[in-house]
Design a protein around this ligand. Structure first.
Ligand code: EPU
Length: 412
């Protein structure tokens, strides 16, 4: 790719990856036919589809963005397919299979490696519902005679634990309460799908979620929400190139923290019912701390850090969710960025003119941050290991090309 070309135009945002990767396994909770629309056509979704077929689901793409699946044919509580080792969201098979069959055996999750990613809160939740859980030979094994609702307090508002406990609890006896629940839009969306399948979940999107167990669930038709992180990535791409980009088919409410920070950085942001336009002038620095929703998302931290490195003035980025999510900074420095990291804090000295570099993606969001840096940089950038980017961004090079970027995928 060759940078410093201002991006102009509209880009249509796909369905949310982190909702899709929960909603597909959530279908296991019911026995029946479901149709899921607005799925992003990305590698993580394809891995989950293979995993679902492996346990016996009758599953097919009706089109690129629509899955039809019949889960009444699932017979196997063991989800040990190779594809599930590659992704993080395979842990949702544990909650869903445990909820439906009272037994689950699932590959330990893989996914982006940016430091420790514990799942103790998931396990605590399953155990409090009455399951025995063990980690043996690279698998999570869970089983229960009965699952009985209870009050579960999460030590931190974990997205994965909140969703996984919902999956295990929808058909448990009695009422389950999740306190200090995660409030992210994909948590709400997963609860929406479960309710469409006959579950009784109230309070998703607040700190306290109440789940009344139901005897059985049925299939449903459901449309996944737009991806707030994909939308944010293109908004930042517009800003970093001094262009004007409109992200369409989005829920502007989900973008509030990024919009506030972009305005603070001197960008002009116009919001409509289902679109946002970002135009940048002379970007100024800002201090940002990632946190849980509705705070600034960690999944936009690497992209925003690149934007801050071309801003005038110094900035501080504090990563409050993941203890080690600045590993990618070494790659960003190759573009000439001046960033110092100490623990969870990055100090970004602005007004750098970035120049093209030969770099390699190390995970999904770090990978797309390299693309953002390449868009801002003078001269040619070559990014290796783009498989990480394909895990979460559909047709990224086509979308950027349509906006005016000079970018191409080269077979390695
Ligand atoms: N945590 C624990 N114990 C647990 C669970 C989480 O200590 O049992 C800690 C984590 O170490 C982290 C914090 O709690 O410090 C938040 O973790 P969370 O469980 O919310 O993260 P996750 O569910 O594993 C999802 C997204 C991530 C996103 C985070 C935070 C999926 C598949 N992944 O991960 O997305 O960064 O929430 O919003 O939904 C990405 O899309 O690139 C990505 C990494």
């Amino acid at each position: 790719m060759r940078g410093q070309k201002p991006l102009f135009g509209d880009v249509c945002i796909n369905g949310a990856k982190n909702a899709a990767v929960a909603i597909i396994p959530a279908a296991i909770c019911a026995s029946g036919f479901s149709r899921i629309e607005n799925l992003p056509y990305i590698e993580d979704v394809r891995c989950l589809v293979d995993g679902m077929a492996h346990i016996g689901a009758n599953i097919r793409f009706a089109d690129k963005h629509t899955l039809e699946l019949d889960t009444s044919s699932i017979t196997d509580y063991r989800a040990m397919h190779e594809s599930l080792r590659k992704i993080r969201a395979s842990y949702y098979f544990v909650g869903a299979l445990l909820g439906r069959f009272k037994k689950a055996e699932v590959h330990l999750p893989g996914g982006c490696n940016f430091g420790p990613r514990p799942i103790d809160q998931h396990i605590k939740g399953f155990e409090m519902l009455g399951a025995k859980v063990a980690i043996e030979h690279g698998a999570i094994k869970a089983s229960a005679d009965r699952l009985v609702g209870t009050k579960i307090y999460l030590d931190m508002a974990s997205v994965g634990a909140t969703i996984n406990i919902m999956l295990a609890a929808v058909c448990a006896e009695g009422e389950t309460t999740i306190e200090n629940a995660a409030k992210e839009p994909h948590v709400v969306d997963t609860a929406g799908f479960l309710n469409a399948m006959g579950a009784n979940i109230k309070g998703a999107g607040t700190d306290v979620i109440r789940i009344k167990g139901v005897a059985a669930m049925h299939g449903a038709e459901y449309t996944i929400i737009p991806d707030q992180i994909e939308a944010g990535t293109y908004m930042i791409a517009g800003a970093v190139t001094n262009g004007r980009v409109t992200v369409r088919n989005i829920i502007p409410k989900h973008m509030e923290s990024l919009v506030a920070k972009l305005r603070e950085m001197n960008c002009t942001v116009v919001e409509g019912d289902d679109f946002i336009t970002v135009a940048s002038g002379s970007i100024t620095g800002a201090n940002i701390k990632t946190t849980t929703y509705p705070g600034f998302p960690t999944d936009l931290q690497p992209q925003t850090t690149v934007l801050l490195s071309i801003a005038s003035g110094d900035s501080i980025m504090t990563e409050d969710i993941w203890e080690n999510r600045f590993q990618y900074i070494d790659e960003i420095r190759k573009f000439g960025a001046d960033i110092t990291v100490k623990g969870r804090v990055a100090v970004i000295r602005g007004k750098r003119e970035l120049t093209g570099a030969q770099v390699a993606a190390t995970d999904l969001r770090a990978g797309v941050a390299l693309v953002i840096a390449g868009l801002a940089a003078k001269g040619q950038t070559v990014i290796d290991e783009i498989k990480y980017i394909d895990r979460g961004y559909e047709c990224i090079e086509q979308k950027l090309t349509a906006l005016g970027a000079d970018i191409a995928r080269v077979e390695g």
